[in-house]
Design a protein around this ligand. Structure first.
Ligand code: ATP
Ligand code: MG
Length: 291
């Protein structure tokens, strides 16, 4: 059975890097893995394929060329099946009708049956996390959605908006949310900040991924950390997260859907942290609780 897992998050929080490392870790552990990049720039699978571009589904659809496993799936590190949807509109916009069409074509081309992966990971860019895209991915039998965030207010505000989409608050049927994945974490303050947001929205955090220069270095070589630095501490964190995702996705019960904050609640929550930071800067916090 194939489990479809979606990762959402604001643009630039590190989704593609994270997913590629998770896919590399799971492939290394013996799972059949596919990664589907849903970003118009078609750069999701770069570090799984030595930085080389892959012919995209939309490029071929535009040229009326055939869509098959041979033409749109590239085998990357440890056999990960990599596919990039590409640019649906030709001008970098979210075109939900076109994305839905691409998913239908991929399904009717029998690509999932041909590869028969254990997991398919979808990398959905911040710009594409519009209601239209969300409607399109409902064509798939999505097992879990995880939301990637870094420890800044803009990313958490975006995560809150994504929760609204995912939990049906805007009138679209809900999808099962697996939790928040903190990425690029540089201090325990940042970890606490995201954990507190998770607590206030009724969800939880998975293993955090530390901020590391090694990630950038591996990216420059067109490789995941799992491939280029398999024995590093950073790889340990990616493997731990990958295991958690597998465990959580294979549990039939969802841990409770998040409840997004209203703009007022979000503002009040943010100001509370602003005050804490202010106190921290002026040496008023002495018990280390927020550090
Ligand atoms: N844990 C980390 N530590 C340090 N740098 C990181 C980490 N994760 C990602 N990065 C870096 O952050 C940058 C953005 O990452 P990435 O392209 O994966 O983000 P994204 O969320 O996919 O962006 P987009 O929404 O634009 O597709 C990259 O240069 C990447 O190397
Ligand atoms: Mg990306």
């Amino acid at each position: 059975m194939t489990d479809h897992i979606v990762l959402y998050g604001k643009g630039g929080v590190g989704k593609s890097t994270l997913i590629s490392n998770i896919c590399a870790a799971l492939a290394e552990a013996g799972f059949g893995i596919m990664q589907v990049g849903c970003d118009p720039r078609a750069d999701s699978c770069n570090t799984l394929s030595d930085g080389r571009p892959i012919p995209t589904v939309f490029d071929r659809l535009r040229k009326q060329q055939d869509i098959s496993t041979e033409t749109v799936v590239h085998r990357g590190f440890k056999g990960v099946s990599c596919m990039e949807l590409g640019d649906p509109s030709g001008v970098g916009l979210c075109a939900s009708e076109e994305i839905a069409r691409a998913f239908r074509v991929i399904e009717s081309a029998g690509i999932f049956e041909a590869i028969s992966p254990d997991f398919v990971f979808y990398d959905i860019s911040g710009e594409s996390s519009c209601a239209g895209f969300h409607t399109a991915i409902r064509l798939l039998d999505v097992r879990r959605v995880f939301v990637v965030t870094s420890a800044d207010f803009m990313s958490l505000r975006a995560a809150n908006g994504i929760f609204s989409l995912l939990t049906g608050s805007v009138g679209i049927p809900a999808l099962p949310v697996g939790g928040l994945i903190p990425n690029g974490i540089g201090s325990s303050f940042e970890e606490s900040f995201i954990q507190d947001f998770a607590h206030h929205t009724g969800t939880h955090t998975l293993t955090h991924i530390p901020c590391s220069l090694m990630v950038r270095q591996c990216e420059l070589y067109g490789k995941t950390v799992i491939e280029a630095a398999p024995l590093s501490n950073q790889s340990y964190f990616y493997r731990r997260l990958a295991n958690q995702i597998v465990d959580e996705s294979r549990t039939s019960t969802v841990n409770g859907q998040p409840h997004p904050l209203t703009p007022d609640q979000l503002g009040t929550w943010a100001r509370g942290w602003g005050d804490q930071l202010h106190a921290l800067e002026h040496g008023l916090v002495t018990d280390g609780a927020a550090i």
